[in-house]
Unconditional design. Structure first.
Length: 483
């Protein structure tokens, strides 16, 4: 393990992190907010750590182990440092609460332990939203730009993240194409800011909600989230951009060069939209027939909540915790499914669900015809059995971690369904759950042990399970072989 190389890269990442933290610091200075001091202290500490790392480090070629360590270390260090402004400003009672809020932001989860957002300074609210935007951008950058430098292992990890032909088309010219992916992310964000402002939001709220939307995060500046605005136009704008953010950015990149028709040709994107349409229909009918709501209300809020949950954004246009039971079960299922591979969304991902269904179908055919050779293909190409095995292992790990975390959270006294929804909301990087952690409440009622469990769930979900679990293996640190 080349620790000096790891220090060098982490130092440079922290340097950039300190620069981004300068945005809310300057905003606090302009508004003469007392939170400027917590930001200044945090920036100085981050710069000191950064310079120490850079001075001790050295540049070299990244190996696979170094790549895993850098990615995991970057998320952990930025979370630990990003929590300081919340804690030093007394916006949260404990440092652990500040850490929960920051991890929730950087992992684009959107769960919160702050009961009254509207008493926070605007600079802190801006920092919350910026952690979302950095976290969403971080997934694109870390997994599409930096990881290819660590060698063949990065390709396997990226293919596990984006199964199918999309990864193959984007990877070969990854460095040349990275700038366009950045432009796309920034461009969507700027366009949404303008549209939300035109729809009636203030500039400040437009910026914050756009950061949260494109990162599929869900932090709002209002205690009641999008319910505060009660605006069908604002909700429609958010729906469009949430669905975009939950789609495959690699696919958008291809469509940029070859035309929009390539988006519709993508099987995963069609399935993704079909799930949204079918779920909206089921929930709208349930609200209308069982909940006694008007048909327009039912369709409006069903479409919004389906879009925000499957993309793991987590905004709320209505208190869906009071909806009929069938709607809650559909939303819980959508939390687990998540958005498209190659998006900023969390969850298992639509592409993996599709491959798992193909695996099930292949096994059923094999049971009927034991001697038949069954090949599984996607996009007209036969899939590598190793990749299929990776998808199956991911699904097993996801369910195992989901079950274990639910049991641990239930042991803290949380009702079973509330515990299950809290784990689904954090492991899937969604945000709100049901019951005590529903859309009109926060996670502040969960004790310290429960917070630690959910923090780990958020990190595991955002790092696609494997990255963090690999680093936690003793063999990872003992092995002296070249990776």
């Amino acid at each position: 393990m080349n620790f000096r190389l790891i220090e060098n890269v982490l130092g440079r990442l922290l340097l950039g992190y300190a620069a981004f933290m300068g945005i809310p610091f300057l905003y606090a200075l302009l508004r003469n907010e007392p939170t400027s001091w917590p930001f200044l202290i945090t920036i100085l500490l981050t710069l000191v750590i950064s310079l120490v790392f850079i001075s001790h480090g050295q540049e070299d070629r990244l190996g696979i182990r170094e790549g895993f360590t850098i990615v995991s270390g970057a998320w952990i260090l930025t979370s630990l440092l990003g929590a300081l402004p919340f804690y030093l400003s007394n916006s949260v009672p404990t440092y652990l609460d500040g850490l929960f809020e920051t991890v929730s932001g950087l992992t684009t989860t959107g769960s919160s332990v702050i009961d009254n957002l509207e008493v926070l300074s605007q600079s802190l609210l801006l920092w919350r939203s910026l952690t979302h935007w950095l976290g969403g951008m971080g997934i694109i950058v870390l997994f599409i730009v930096f990881l290819p430098k660590i060698g063949a292992g990065a390709v396997h990890m990226f293919n596990a993240e984006v199964p199918g032909p999309t990864a193959e088309k984007v990877l070969p010219r990854i460095r040349d194409n990275a700038a366009r992916l950045w432009q796309m992310y920034v461009g969507f964000t700027l366009l949404q800011i303008i549209l939300l402002w035109l729809a009636g939001m203030s500039w400040f709220d437009s910026v914050n909600h756009s950061f949260a939307t494109m990162a599929t995060g869900g932090f709002s500046t209002k205690n009641t989230s999008i319910m505060f605005y009660n605006s069908p136009l604002i909700e429609f704008i958010l729906i469009v951009f949430m669905i975009l953010a939950g789609g495959n950015f690699g696919l958008y990149f291809i469509a940029w060069g070859r035309g929009l028709k390539h988006i519709w040709k993508d099987t995963e994107f069609r399935v993704y939209l079909s799930i949204i349409a079918a779920s909206t229909l089921v929930i709208a009918l349930s609200l209308w027939l069982q909940g006694g709501k008007e048909i327009l209300f039912s369709v409006r809020h069903a479409l919004f909540q389906v879009s925000t949950i499957i993309t793991t954004t987590g905004f709320a246009s209505d208190n869906f915790d009071q909806w009929p039971s069938v709607t809650k079960m559909v939303l819980l299922l959508l939390m687990l499914i998540g958005g498209s591979a190659g998006s900023t969304a969390g969850g298992i991902k639509v592409a993996r669900i599709m491959l798992l269904m193909k695996l099930v179908r292949a096994e059923l055919r094999r049971a009927i015809h034991p001697r038949a050779v069954t090949a599984i293909s996607s996009g007209g190409k036969q899939l590598d059995p190793l990749m299929l095995n990776t998808v199956a292992v991911f699904f097993f790990l996801f369910i195992a971690i989901f079950t274990a975390a639910t049991i641990l959270l239930s042991a803290t006294g949380l009702p079973p369904f509330d515990a299950m929804s809290a784990v689904a909301a954090t492991l899937g990087n969604v945000g709100p759950g049901f019951g005590l952690v529903g859309p009109t409440t926060t996670f502040s009622s969960i004790n310290a042990f429960g917070e630690l469990v959910l923090i780990l769930c958020m990190l595991l979900g955002r790092l696609e399970l494997f990255t963090l679990l690999v680093v936690l293996q003793p063999e990872f640190w003992r092995s002296r072989k070249s990776w």
